[in-house]
Structure formats: C-alpha cells, structure tokens
Ligand binder design. Structure first.
Ligand SMILES: C[S@@+](CC[C@H](N)C(=O)[O-])C[C@H]1O[C@@H](n2cnc3c(N)ncnc32)[C@H](O)[C@@H]1O
Length: 357
C-alpha cells in the first residue's frame, strides 16, 4: 500500500532534493542521514494515548512523533502536515512501512481546518505540534537560517513562496527593524543592531548570512552574553517574522476546538516564551480545555543531557471539553484562572533553544 499525499491548491509540489536529517548538538552539527532525536516523544504519546482513530501531526518534520503514534496503536492513522517539501520527503521514506495509515500534506498548519475538510475528516482524536525549525533547516546553508554557515539571507521554511529575510530587511525602516528585533528576539540592543544592518545594506555589504552576523558584531561586539552568540536573537527574530511563526500558531490554536473531537487531546511543544505564552493562554480557557497537567512537561535530565534541544522544550497538553463538561463549567462557581504556572520570561535558554548558542 502506498502512502497518500494530497496536493492542495496553492501548495507547490516540487521534486524533493536528497534530504538528510540531523539533530542540533549545540556545537557544529553535522548533516548525517536521519540522526534525529525527537523531543519528548514518550510524553507526547502518553498525552495522546493513541487508539483506533485519526491523529494530526501538524509539524511532521522527520516524522518522529508520527512514527511513535503509529507504533503505539495498530489502528491509529496520522495525517502529517509540513510546509517544507524536503521534510515531507524525508518522512515519506522513513514511514513507508505504515502504508495508507499515513497521509502527507504540504501546507502551513494554520490551515489545518481546511486541510481536514478537504480530506473529509470532521474531527480528530488528537493533534501534536513540535514547533520551530528542524535541524536540517538550520544546517542547510542554502536556507540562510544559520549564522555559522554562509548562505543567502533567506530563512524561509517553505522556499517556494513568501518574503525572504533580506526582503524584510530591505522593506523595513531602521525603527521598524529595531522593533522586530526587540519584539521577536527580545534583543535589548535592537536599535544599534538595526542601524548597523541597514548601513551594511546601503553599502552593498549585506549579501550573505555571514555579512549579517558581521553587521551585528559591528554594532554590539563579538562577546557572547550568557553563552549566546550576539547574532542569535536577531536571527531568531527575523526567522519568526519571515515564517509568520506566531501568527501561524495563533491560527492553529483558534482552529483546535473545532478540529478536535470531544476529549480529543492537543499536545504542543514550544521552545521559547513567545510561543509558550500563546499556548498557555489558549489552554487557560476552561470553557473549552481541560489541561492534562498543571505545569508544562519538560524533558527529564537523561533526555536533556543527550539532546540539547530538549532543554528548552515545554509540552502543554489539554483535552477538549465535552458539551457536558462545558455545561458543568458554567453551572459551577468559577475560580478565575485555575490553571497557571508562573509566566515564563525569556531567558538565555530561550534564545538558545531555536538556535545556535
Ligand atoms: C521541530 S520540526 C518537527 C520534528 C518532528 N516532530 C520529528 O520528531 O521528526 C518542525 C517542523 O515543523 C515544520 N513547520 C514549522 N512551522 C510550520 C507551519 N506553520 N506549518 C507547517 N509546518 C511547519 C517545519 O518545516 C519543520 O519541519
């Protein structure tokens, strides 16, 4: 049995390049064939508790979570989404043995409701999201996401459409660029950096990712603060904006209640406080969600020691309330905000998480 792949309108289906997968090591990462450690795999499976039903993995990547779901129950089926054709191709190879229990769709996960409607799926039993970029996306110089590798200032996960990071830098004025760096990278030296980057652009000295890093270093010096490279926050901010990462997450969170069956579970792994804050706020609506745990689940020491990316991962899971639970909620005297842990601050670990300490 072959795997299904759906081509959606407006979604290019180009031939995939040869693709390898690696996990970020925090040091120089090597691209090797599928050396990938999926973050919080057992914890995601425990939250979803797969059974006979349809699940959606909205960030398929190399297919690690999807594989775990398909292995956990012989009648579970997965619809895997990714906006990156190379990731879909990698997962297709890895998961071929599951045949038509797996359907792959190239799309952005903000469109999950449309995708399911197109497939004729009304509700799913569970959904997982492992946010951010994959290691191959970071490692491949041609994508321009790494300040360690010389490449175009691109940063798009889906290279078939949209504005590149260089387009963005060209379009924004100094102050607007500084605002982006401050808001999405929580970069305190945003004004200095923005001015230096725009000057490099005007001087014709902003051609590659290494030029971009040089412009940042000219503004703030080469010293690593808290072990983090001076370019980390700027690269993170540009990547988030280029890929509309927070808007996509907001669209996904808004779609979830309609997409999940009653008692269906959403399990979302985030890697920095900007994302985690959105997930926490959405799951805090107790008329819709029943969180599976009070605090986010984090990686055990054993996983963090072997997989640095796991150190900043936070998994939040919640079940969609049934109509009866919702009625019960409205009958009860409500305590305000019953489920919250303290608001996370962006620490150095957050900036490192997506990236490149
Ligand atoms: C961290 S990787 C997922 C790894 C995967 N869970 C595994 O274990 O192999 C994140 C993936 O999500 C994809 N992605 C990120 N944002 C997306 C979006 N808005 N829509 C669709 N895919 C997205 C990226 O292209 C990347 O392949």
């Amino acid at each position: 049995m072959g795997q299904a792949q759906l081509a959606l309108p407006g979604v290019a289906s180009e031939a995939a390049a040869e693709w390898t997968w690696t996990e970020e090591t925090g040091e120089e990462a090597e691209v090797t064939s599928f050396v990938h450690e999926t973050v919080l795999k057992a914890e995601v499976v425990a939250a979803l508790a797969p059974k006979d039903g349809v699940y959606v993995d909205v960030t398929l990547g190399g297919g690690g979570h999807t594989e775990a779901i398909l292995e956990a129950h012989p009648a579970a089926r997965v619809i895997g989404l990714d906006r990156d054709e190379n990731a879909l191709e990698a997962a297709r190879g890895r998961l071929v043995r599951f045949g038509d229990r797996l359907t792959l769709v190239r799309t952005s996960f903000g469109r999950v409701a449309d995708v399911l409607a197109t497939l004729g799926v009304t509700h799913v039993a569970g959904l997982c999201a492992d946010l951010g970029v994959s290691s191959p996306q970071l490692d491949e110089a041609g994508r321009g996401m790494s300040f360690r590798r010389e490449g175009p200032i691109d940063m798009r996960m889906d290279q078939s459409s949209g504005e590149t990071a260089l387009d963005l830098i060209e379009r924004l004025g100094d102050d607007e660029l500084a605002d982006v760096l401050f808001k999405y990278g929580e970069e305190r030296r945003s004004r200095r950096i923005a001015r230096s980057v725009k000057r490099a652009l005007a001087d014709g000295q902003l051609l590659t990712t290494l030029d971009l890093r040089r412009a940042i270093v000219r503004a703030v010096g080469p010293v690593r603060v808290g072990g983090v490279d001076p370019a980390t926050r700027t690269f993170q901010a540009l990547r988030i904006v280029v890929n509309r990462e927070l808007e996509e997450l907001e669209e996904l969170l808004a779609a979830l209640p309609a997409v999940l069956a009653p008692r269906g579970v959403a399990a979302i792994i985030s890697f920095h406080s900007l994302e985690d804050r959105l997930v926490k706020r959405a799951f805090g609506d107790r008329t819709v969600w029943s969180p599976l745990s009070k605090k986010p689940v984090v990686a055990a020491d054993e996983e963090s020691n072997t997989n640095p990316r796991a150190r900043s991962a936070k998994l939040r899971s919640a079940a969609r309330c049934t109509a009866e639970e919702q009625r019960g909620y409205y009958r009860r005297d409500r305590d305000p905000a019953p489920e919250v842990d303290s608001e996370p601050e962006l620490g150095e670990g957050d900036a490192e998480s997506e990236g490149e300490p």
